[in-house]
Design a protein around this ligand. Structure first.
Ligand SMILES: Cc1cc2nc3c(=O)[nH]c(=O)nc-3n(C[C@H](O)[C@H](O)[C@H](O)COP(=O)(O)O)c2cc1C
Length: 212
């Protein structure tokens, strides 16, 4: 039986990103896999790559040697047959938690060696889900398409063939009236959420099933 690791790199459990990750995980499960969902922001503290180069030494080649909240996650990904990653867009990039995992996941396989630039011989399918305030229609213009293409390129090479799913114009809070967020139209946000989110959950489910 195939095993999928699903990672929610949003601190808000039950909101857009985590629900899409859960739905993708459910899709993978219904397609016959076992699935573990990990909420990154509920782990013991962790950091990104500390540039120790332990993963470049013969004894620990290809393995991140940093010991913290991500150590076990990296071990679980190593044994998995597929990976679901979800992150909100924070300031035009993916979340800091996502970046920490991404640095360590990718860099451990990057060898700086001409003959064998990637030492990961267990490539697995990856689904990267990202959500944003920004509407999908402006992703090209604001640079998000290029930013995500770059993640895809690196994940394709060092983790495995990657599909990207985006969900823009998300509902950020239940009650917009308590903030002075004049750039948003709360009525439009709610209406969009009600109309589009169910379709996005379905898309996530199908993409999750497609990993198997
Ligand atoms: C710190 C922070 C920075 C954000 N920066 C952006 C941004 O640059 N562009 C954008 O479109 N949305 C931005 N957002 C909005 C989130 O990406 C969006 O609400 C997302 O759907 C939140 O995911 P969640 O509901 O899973 O927490 C930001 C939100 C926060 C909290």
């Amino acid at each position: 039986m195939k095993h999928i690791v699903a990672i929610n790199a949003s601190p808000r459990i039950g909101w857009n990103t985590s629900r899409l990750v859960e739905e993708a995980a459910r899709g993978a499960k219904e397609a016959g896999a076992t699935v573990e969902i990990i909420d990154l922001y509920r782990l013991e503290p962790f950091q990104g790559c500390i540039s120790c180069f332990g993963c470049k030494l013969p004894k620990t080649f290809g393995r991140c040697v940093s010991k913290d909240g991500l150590t076990e996650v990296l071990e679980k990904i190593r044994k998995a047959d597929g990976l679901i990653l979800g992150s909100p867009n924070y300031l035009g990039n993916l979340s800091a938690g996502f970046r920490a995992l991404y640095e360590r996941l990718v860099f451990q396989s990057l060898t700086y060696n001409k003959e064998r630039p990637n030492c990961n011989e267990h490539l697995i399918p990856v689904l990267l889900i990202t959500t944003s305030n920004c509407a999908e229609s402006v992703y090209d213009k604001v640079g998000y398409t290029a930013m995500l293409e770059n993640y895809k390129k690196m994940l394709d090479k060092f983790v495995g063939p990657t599909k990207i799913m985006i969900y823009g114009n998300t509902l950020q809070v239940d009650d917009y009236s308590i903030y002075n967020w004049t750039i948003f139209d709360p009525v439009q946000k709610k209406a969009n959420h009600e109309a589009v989110f169910p379709l996005k959950l379905k898309e996530a489910f199908e993409l999750g099933a497609g990993l198997i």
